[in-house]
Design a protein around this ligand. Structure first.
Ligand SMILES: NC(=O)c1ccc[n+]([C@@H]2O[C@H](COP(=O)([O-])OP(=O)(O)OC[C@H]3O[C@@H](n4cnc5c(N)ncnc54)[C@H](OP(=O)(O)O)[C@@H]3O)[C@@H](O)[C@H]2O)c1
Length: 287
């Protein structure tokens, strides 16, 4: 049987690297996408079939041109993509704008994966793909979402920007499902837990202190953090979120999960009108 093509962004480190290793060990053809060439090449080493290197690509999501180039390279090489894990992201420092003129957290965590996914839609429908967003419980704790201030010009803190971006991951998941599930694409977002990775260590946010508290035993390893991603990537969904009845241990396209179970959403995170508006605004911003 031909191996499935599984593209993972943010695979040069942390949760994405752990997911890449597990899925490659399960027989998937993993495509390792990172920002740093050295780190990305190091993760890809030996992850391909027969111990060869897996394919790897780099792109800085703070440059939308890099995302467009990445999409072109993936399109040239893969007629069909079975899984796209939009996992790259993180918490940033003081408000910064990218070369594209967007607030950095918004661009790296939402706009860039939105662009990558929409540029790959025909490859994803060809693969009847699952598209996974690495979101976070931070969407419940820190978001204060305003569709009219996506760039956070009105108010900014790194936690607010991160919470909003992770809410956007959930809204994007729902709208991707609504628009494309009948064309074969399934979508899910998940919270990986508090995971010991490089996450937030470049910021001054108090969130990074979470990783240094006496509650260290609550902190998960990258493999544990990747578990729900691996599960979503390896298991076909049991229909979509609009279907009635219990989920019986499976997952539904359009949903949000943690520890392989449906997870609580912030009020408004399942608002279809908001999800549709975010899609339209995002499309206009990357045009
Ligand atoms: N760790 C946690 O507790 C936690 C909790 C909830 C959600 N998350 C989410 O989990 C995802 C993975 O994070 P992690 O914890 O595994 O952190 P990590 O170890 O710091 O990994 C982050 C990954 O994202 C990539 N990345 C960061 N900025 C990028 C950019 N501008 N362009 C392209 N790639 C970029 C990094 O690439 P390079 O290393 O090559 O620069 C790296 O591969 C993120 O979306 C994060 O928000 C993490």
């Amino acid at each position: 049987m031909t191996a499935r093509t599984v593209v993972i962004t943010g695979a040069s480190d942390g949760i994405g690297a752990a997911a890449a290793r597990t899925l490659a060990a399960q027989g998937d053809e993993v495509v390792v996408v990172g920002r740093s060439r050295e780190k990305t090449a190091a993760v890809a080493a030996g992850l391909g079939p027969d111990g060869r290197d897996a394919a790897w690509f780099t792109a800085d999501f703070a440059r939308l041109e890099d995302v467009r180039d990445l999409a072109d390279l993936l399109r040239d090489r893969y007629p069909r993509i079975d899984v796209l894990a939009n996992n790259a992201g993180g918490l940033m420092g003081p408000r910064t704008e990218t070369v594209d003129g967007h607030e950095l957290t918004f661009q790296v965590n939402h706009l860039a994966p939105f662009l990558l996914t929409t540029l790959l839609l025909d490859r994803l429908t060809a693969g009847r793909a699952t598209v996974i967003q690495t979101s976070s419980v931070a969407h419940r704790l820190y978001s204060d979402f305003d569709i009219d201030d996506l760039e956070l010009r009105g108010k900014y803190s790194s936690e607010l920007a991160y919470g909003n971006a992770k809410l956007e991951n959930i809204l994007f998941t729902r709208e991707l499902h609504r628009r494309y599930h009948d064309q074969g694409i399934s979508a899910a977002a998940f919270h990986p837990g508090v995971v010991a990775t490089g996450f937030s260590q470049g910021s001054k946010s108090t969130l990074r202190l979470l990783y240094r508290t006496p509650l260290k035993h609550l902190i998960r390893t990258p493999d544990q953090g990747a578990d729900t991603l691996v599960w979503l990537a390896s298991t076909p969904p049991d229909g979509g979120i609009e279907d009635a009845g219990e989920e019986n241990g499976g997952w539904r396209s359009g949903g949000y999960y943690a520890k392989r179970k449906p997870a609580a959403l912030k009020k408004g995170a399942d608002d279809p009108a908001l999800a549709a508006a975010l899609w339209d605004r995002s499309s206009a911003l990357v045009r």
